[in-house]
Write a protein that binds this ligand. Structure first.
Ligand SMILES: [Zn+2]
Length: 424
């Protein structure tokens, strides 16, 4: 069936388009973009008045929890949360049970996703067996099975030689190595950012150096090997500076941050809301400012969600004992829209950070409305304000510190895997 999307402002950074266009789609392919009023006849019209029409968002840092933690999330519920949040592609982290360090687990995820997934799911394989930093996985076999990147996310690769080898292979196979930067000795027992506020509230802190020392190590290893390094969830000013410096020296590094690292400061922890407990932790106002500047000047390439859904029992505990993580897929875009309101980014830059750049880093043909591209389209009203209601999340994880926040930017429709989801 031919569908024409009319009256919308089409933003496609890949084609350098930001203007009123009509988008014709037919049987899961984009057939063409036409000037306003010039689109051909179609069986169905979608009216995108007051909305932006953008390539479906791509999240390169999602925890889908299946296999092993289906009580927290499943591939089905997580991918539905994704499309609700405007994402049509997610890359899922391997810290499941069992860990995705084998062809069998990769194939399980892909098969489940093809049967039950509401969006495209790409598995990320583990760098080391069982994420133990002792033995590399069979990277080549995992790539052949469908993994598009490697990470031990949730844990750092503590063995520097192992990281060196992984980066050497990343060059041969041209896939990114995604590093969760954390010195486990420095962060041990910590529950929030170490600083003035942690002293006031009496919680054990995680110093910024726990992240920055490993960012520095990985930069050195990236320079040594010429491999492809991607730094996950950047949270500190020092990390931004290290990445900016490495890029200026031509080192092949990319980086991401997440909405909570530029939307919140550690002062919010005074509430002891365990939904604010994330790893790395929420930092100081100075770090938030540096993250915003990093996004603005291109030091940070991607806004990812680090969607980490948890069962309520994992969060309904004393702060020290509660699990780390935020259920992020359904609030990521609107939280990031705030950067546009603050004139830190324009809309085209934002779409680039959440769709085109993540696609290019992962080497997947997403993030554009170019003719013949698959139909991954998100239609968003960037001016409409709504109130976050976590009970309405399609994710099983209701753990968000943004509940009841008024946010601007509603996902009106998502077209994913040949299906049109109408949310309003
Ligand atoms: Zn991580």
């Amino acid at each position: 069936m031919k569908i024409l999307i009319k009256n919308g402002r089409v933003i496609d950074p890949f084609q350098n388009i930001d203007s009123k266009r009509e988008v014709l789609i037919d049987r899961n392919k984009i057939k063409g973009l036409y000037p306003k009023g010039k689109g051909p006849k179609a069986e169905k019209i979608i009216d995108a008045s007051n909305c932006i029409v953008i390539p479906g968002l791509v999240d390169i840092h999602t925890h889908l929890r299946e296999p092993g933690f289906e009580y927290k999330e499943t591939i089905k519920s997580g991918s539905l949360a994704a499309v609700r949040g405007g994402f049509t592609t997610v890359c899922c982290m391997p810290n499941t049970n069992p860990v995705n360090d084998s062809i069998a687990v990769t194939e399980f995820i892909l098969e489940k996703a093809s049967k039950e997934g509401a969006c495209k799911v790409y598995p990320i394989g583990a760098i080391t067996i069982a994420q133990k930093s002792e033995q590399l996985t069979e990277l080549e076999a995992l790539i052949q099975a469908g993994c598009i990147a490697f990470s031990d996310d949730g844990k750092p690769v503590t063995n520097s030689l192992m990281m060196r080898r992984a980066l050497e292979y990343s060059k041969i196979f041209n896939v990114p190595i995604i590093s969760h930067c954390e010195d486990l000795k420095l962060s041990e027992g910590g529950a929030m950012n170490e600083g003035f506020v942690s002293t006031i509230v009496g919680l054990r802190g995680i110093p910024k150096a726990a992240e920055e020392t490993m960012v520095a190590r990985d930069m050195a290893l990236c320079e040594l090997t010429g491999g492809r390094l991607h730094i996950a969830h950047v949270s500190t000013e020092g990390s931004v500076k290290l990445i900016r410096d490495a890029k200026s020296r031509g080192i092949n590094v990319t980086a991401e941050t997440c909405p909570h690292y530029f939307s919140l400061t550690d002062e919010s922890l005074i509430s002891y809301d365990t939904n604010l407990k994330v790893n790395p932790p929420i930092r100081t106002p100075q770090d938030v400012e540096a993250i915003k500047q990093g996004l603005k000047d291109g030091t940070i390439d991607v806004i990812a969600t680090d969607h980490a859904p948890h069962h309520i029992d994992d969060k309904d505990k004393e702060f020290d004992a509660a699990a780390f993580g935020i259920s992020g897929l359904e609030t990521a875009f609107a939280l990031s829209m705030h950067l546009v309101d603050q004139e830190i980014l324009d809309l085209k830059q934002l779409v680039k950070l959440m769709s085109l750049n993540p696609s290019q880093i992962m080497g997947i043909s997403k993030g554009t409305l170019s003719p013949k591209a698959n139909v991954d389209i998100t239609i968003i009203n960037p001016k409409k304000v709504y109130k976050v209601d976590s009970l309405k999340f399609l994710s099983k994880g209701k753990n968000t510190p943004f509940n009841r926040w008024a946010l601007k930017g509603t996902v009106e429709k998502t077209i994913s895997m040949g299906k049109v989801y109408e949310w309003t």
